[in-house]
Design a protein around this ligand. Structure first.
Ligand code: CA
Length: 219
């Protein structure tokens, strides 16, 4: 899953960036509205975490621009403005959820997971296929009832596939989810993580459609 973090405060930005990367998300971080707009026009994101008080323009303008371009990416507003009128304005402008600073980091990641789940059209949090059971919210993975640990990078490959079972994602699409701008991309990275996932979860879960990409079967 690839996230855009729009935040001008260095301390908050660094803390949130570190947290989200540890959770296995690929995160691009921009610090003003102009860069946010450029990023949103150039890349496709699974979620935007949007601060409103930005140095050049109001974050609400970024949101309005996004919705005017008919981009449906989920937007979670994170801001110090706590007046009810501000919250209503944000939601009416097309935000999907709202957290007020200072927010709890665990609550932030829970809200992000909920939005990603909802945007994938999935209310049911647990994915089950044959002998494998996966809960993306808790990162609990069971194979034959036994817990299995996945690395953050393995999650980054698995999550977008789990979000839309039956849909093929190309290697390039998975690479995009896996890496942010500043990370180095080795040419066979996706294959390496898929190989690792197959060893842990069994070969049936992630299927390779030759020349096209990968999918997980519908549960
Ligand atoms: Ca700010």
């Amino acid at each position: 899953m690839r996230l855009l973090l729009v935040e001008d405060d260095l301390m908050i930005g660094e803390a949130v960036l570190e947290l989200l990367r540890a959770e296995g998300y690929a995160v691009d971080w921009v610090r003003d509205a102009r860069m946010a707009q450029l990023a949103l026009e150039a890349e496709s994101y699974d979620l935007v975490l949007l601060d409103l008080g930005l140095p050049d323009r109001d974050g609400l303008e970024v949101l309005q621009g996004l919705r005017a371009r008919k981009q449906r990416v989920p937007v979670l507003i994170a801001t110090a403005r706590d007046a009810v009128a501000d919250r209503i304005r944000g939601l009416d402008a097309g935000a999907d959820d709202y957290v007020v600073k200072p927010y709890d980091l665990d609550e932030l990641t829970a809200r992000i997971r909920a939005l990603l789940r909802r945007s994938a059209g999935r209310a049911e949090p647990v994915y089950e296929y044959q002998n494998v059971s996966i809960n993306p919210a808790t990162r609990e993975v069971l194979v034959d009832g036994q817990p299995v640990l996945l690395s953050a990078r393995e999650w980054a490959v698995l999550e977008p596939l789990l979000a839309r079972p039956g849909l093929i994602l190309s290697r390039a699409q998975l690479e995009e989810k896996l890496f942010s701008w500043k990370d180095e991309v080795s040419s066979n990275a996706v294959e390496v993580y898929v190989h690792g996932l197959r060893k842990k979860l069994g070969a049936a879960l992630i299927q390779n459609v030759r020349g096209v990409g990968y999918l997980v079967p519908r549960a």
